[in-house]
Design a protein around this ligand. Sequence first.
Ligand code: TXA
Ligand code: MG
Length: 326
Amino acid sequence: MPIILPYDDDGIRRAAEELRAGGVVAFATETVYGLGADTFNAEAVRRIYELKGRPMENPLIAHVIDAVSAKSLVTEWDHRCDKLASRFWPGPLTMILPRRETVPIESVAGLGTIAVRSPMHPLARSLLYCFGGPISAPSANRSGHVSPTTAQHVAEDFADAEHLLVLDGGLADFGIESTVVDLTGATATVLRPGTVTIDQLRRALGRAHAIVGSEQGISPGTAPVHYAPRRPASVVTTADLAEELAAPGPVAAVLCFSPSSVPSPHQSIVMPQDPEGYARRLYQALREADQVAVERIVIEEPPEREGIWIAIHDRIARAARSTGER
Ligand code: TXA
Ligand code: MG
């Protein structure tokens, strides 16, 4: 099993040393846990892909302590970047920008651009500070699986990675991955919705700058089968839930808003009704649903579709596109 380290000075020092030695470490961020390596160490970055089983064409996010560090990785940084960084950094927003030649191609999957994000979790910030440079990190799950929101989730996904250090920062506060916005063109494009909403981005950029939603863009890593539990999952509206669960069929774990809507032998996993709470709980609930004695997962569709709910609908749709055990 991996080694889970508590978040203290000693843990941070050990993890930073591991990064300096060309190793890979898992660490908490406010969104999901990351699996990090030195952005400038191509060999170390390659090890992340090996560990995750991640396709080599899926680029990584470089985590930075601040905008100054981000600028050292990119060739363009305009007024939009200043506005977004001052409003949302540190925090769950990732910006795609043209990269410098000095960034190893391994860290960006051969692209001419790089994703940069300054996380706000104190643990991630301590690690960045102690390490002293950018840390490239995807979510710390096996490729295709649900992202981890606790250190235990990471340890479960990498159970056979004997010496992997996992810095434990508790349950990730936001619970779903950062909003990814592509700023390489005149029109900013949201490639992945998140808890920083498109309305917030619009307000921060002002009317002078065009921005479009995720329907228009696609990240290399946002392929349909992603963020998926192991069991087959489906999304069902509240109106259809009773009929779905009354019909003879495999026993389900149901992510629902009210336990009274789930007849036995199905099992309910009650979800918060506010979008922040729902997002924080979602991946943990999907992992729980994979562990109870059921054959499938049913997700009650949240009725709302504004703000953070957009990102939640995106993630549950991906979970439901899974083909089951992989
Ligand atoms: O919240 C998060 O973003 C977490 C934490 C650890 O920071 N990280 C995360 O990383 O979710 P990952 O690798 O699971 O997702 C990164 C997404 C992928 O969809 C990837 O394709 C996209 O960002 N991405 C990275 N670099 C890109 C680039 N240069 N151009 C377009 N998309 C990029
Ligand atoms: Mg991921």
